[in-house]
Ligand binder design. Sequence first.
Ligand code: MN
Length: 436
Amino acid sequence: MELNHTHDASRCSWLDSANLAGTDFPLQNLPLGVFRRKGSAETWRGGVAIGDQIVDLAALESLPGLQDRVANAMRAAAVPTLNGLLEQGPEAWQALRHGLFALLQDGSLLERRVREALVPQADAEHAVPVGIGDYTDFYTSLDHAVNCCRQFGIEVNPNFDWLPVGYHGRVSSIDVSGQQVYRPMGQYRMDQDSAPVYGPCQRLDYELEVGAVIGIGNARGTPIPLATAQQHIFGLCLLNDWSARDIQTWEMPPLGPFLAKNFATTLSPWIVTLEALLPYRRGWMRAPDRPQPLDYLHAPANAAHGAFDIRLEAAILSARQLAQGRKPRTLTHTSFRHQYWTLGQMIAHHTVGGCNLQPGDLLGSGTVSGPTPGEAGALIELTVSGTQPVDIGDGEQRGFLEDGDTVVFRGGCEREGFARIGFGLNYATVMAAPAF
Ligand code: MN
């Protein structure tokens, strides 16, 4: 895939809100989601974000004069999950993007017809946009690993330099932005020497991550080589891997996270396609003083453009701040470009043993943290395990999350000479643990 006219920053839409500086959704973005009118019983269907509106693909698919391949892709996306579109492959994804770009561009002859297919984002609610078969969460930020291990007084495991560490996560509790997350009950120890207790998690945390939606999978027994791994990604979203640190610390050895992670994962509603992200890819290299990857995790294409410069922010709004209409104070500013392993390397490693990925599978990047303290993507790092609470504004501080807190993630890409594109919001609110 190469840069083309859909990345030209000088192109504008006939929709004014798409041309405003600072919008997440200019003509150059065109991310896909699944929506319906808020509070309605309408059928969920695919839509594309543009400015402050959604293009309803179900209302457009019968538009006269569409090329067959554009109409086919629209039809596949005008249903409750995008999996049918994913299965059509990169040529169909590109046909849909280019078709929509032409329809939404200033001067389009079909402007009046497309206007009739717009739904204001403020009037919409979202569903998880793809039927997710499997979910794998990784652990690929060296800064996150170093920060966390320091607190436990241990060294980063030596395998970290050699493979993208991951675990198989839980699909049933994945939901979309706006979700209510119940504080999990579980077992934990109050200190190293005492017997475990059962109760509501005391150290509830978020993890600021990038989610990758697999578009085209692989046959079982046929690994995806790193050289072409990025082509298997349909697009990216923002992912909150909610984490119960006290439960996690007690249960992790020897098989990894279990109840500490399986109660909730929140996705942003829009999937930003890989084609929209092309201008913001970056070269990837391992610092010369660290071990270099084994051959199957090294490829010129990965070195040339394996990383993505996605700027990420995390914030917390207390129930009181939310009620008073306060704006969230950003606690974290970081970039996905710092990651120690690329998404391509995660895919190549995931499949090297013959495991088959399928359209709609979800990969979590692992917490994204950068080298400085303000770039930490989880409270356990930002607050040094709760010992140094952060100021969330209006006189409130947090070591870990409290009931009523809303965690808000934002993300976007900027590069000189290109439009700024964004991911929209990923937010969810912590609810008190259910009483038994
Ligand atoms: Mn995680």
